[in-house]
Design a protein around this ligand. Sequence first.
Ligand code: F6P
Length: 555
Amino acid sequence: MSALTRSPAWQALETHALTARRLSLRTLFREDPARFETHSLVAGPLFIDWSKHLVTRETWQLLLSLARQQGLESAIGDLFGGTLVNHTERRAALHTALRDRSGQAVLLDGHDVMPGVRDVLARMRRFSDAIRDGSLRGHTGLPFDVVVNIGIGGSDLGPLMVVEALRAHMRDDLRVRFVSNVDDTHLVETLRDLDPARTLFIVSSKTFTTQETMTNAASARQWLVTSLGDEAAVGAHFAAVSTNVGATAEFGIPADRVFEFWDWVGGRYSLWSAIGLPIAIAVGMDRFEALLEGAHAMDQHFRSAPLEINGPVVLGLLGVWYTNFLGCATHAVLPYDQYLHRLPAYLQQLDMESSGKRIDRAGSPVEHATGPVLWGEAGTNGQHAFFQLLHQGTQMVPADFIVAARGARQLGRHHDILLANCLAQTQALAFGKTESEARGEMERAGVPTEEARRLAPYRTFPGNRPSTTILLESLTPASLGALIALYEHRVYVQSVIWEINPFDQWGVELGKQLAGGVLSILETGQDRGGMDGSTLGLLSRIAKAGAISPIQGDP
Ligand code: F6P
């Protein structure tokens, strides 16, 4: 057993979990009429109801003891203070500085990073304003009517999710599209109906070496040059966001179109940096800054609220409770908001690239579970797809329901129906329906007694399925910023408890490395040896389909 799993706080939680897994939410609510008040909190512009969780006062005290034992309070200070929390890459993780609106210095190695941050924001404002007002034009003198962001992972998911979320603020005459997949269909389908003379590309890549992005960027460049018939068009139709300014120059992007960020910004934490340029162009820089303000409000809450009423801490500790003590392997995120339809995909990278770790900070394998599989879909669509498993399956899946009190569009009864469904689902999950309730209901509806008895087990809902409801007053740039920062900090809280580094991602390297070897066989037909039988067999099938030249030595 590791020191963590042997520790008194951990052991106490394990013992407590033996009885807690039998808790009844019906009983907890019946016995404590103030449960909603004591199990809800305000975090910046968000209201968080965590009363429908399988926790008692004792559970909560034990989780807080675990947090204190793991030094959570000082770890929060380390994050904001520029400590090298990303110890494997010897880097700080100062994404909070990107949205720091306090006017105070943020020191990294004794150097204030804020003047650089403000300088890039000012450049983003000038550039996005000029695209939006049409004063910055393409090679042939036409204003741009579409911006295509080329990036992947953190250089795609964040801006894409936010642009979708803020679509209500977009203009019809300026579209923003995203290309990420190296599958050529993504680029081809994205460019198909575009006018090259009115298209601006932003190549977004922290490293400017990512294979997918560089391949897409090269093909986009060729499309542009071929269509406009002039190599010189590249400078007018491309911008870049990167930490690798040498490589952007080599691509042919003029320095005044290159927006810098820094190695202390992790890819999946980068939408607050110039990686957010497509957002600024889509909805205007004022709204981008409002997004930063919202995130900053959550940062202040996370830094200053006592652990007991600290949103990211509460959500993080609940995550630890379910993952480590109640054996939940997955976590669902269910935005009841069509504008947030890409939030689960975005959170998958944020959460799973951060928490999918098996080696602790001391370099030893962990002996406890770490990040659960995060998944989700916009409500109410999910209700008609996978909610069956949430309600009556054999696994417990803690779920986050996210909804705005006021809808963005005021169309008929739509928003009332959406809200009603959201709240009803959390009710059904928590309180279920007993077998005798199911039978009684059917009998009252005229179903013959015998038939009602036969069907009752199938129509029973066990309940006690936990959920959090995150309520926004309305979906605005500020509330969205706060929501994203809430999840970022939740990930950090869990990493502190689990003693893992949430800021590296070595697990993505091996596949990239091996792809090089496979690609070389695909393109040359030559196997230099060492390839496994399965991969060679598949390559041979691909060759036989006529897609590539025969593999050397293949019969
Ligand atoms: O492959 C994973 C990853 O490194 C992510 O962490 C990152 O967001 C993505 O690739 C894209 O990287 P880049 O911005 O350097 O192109």
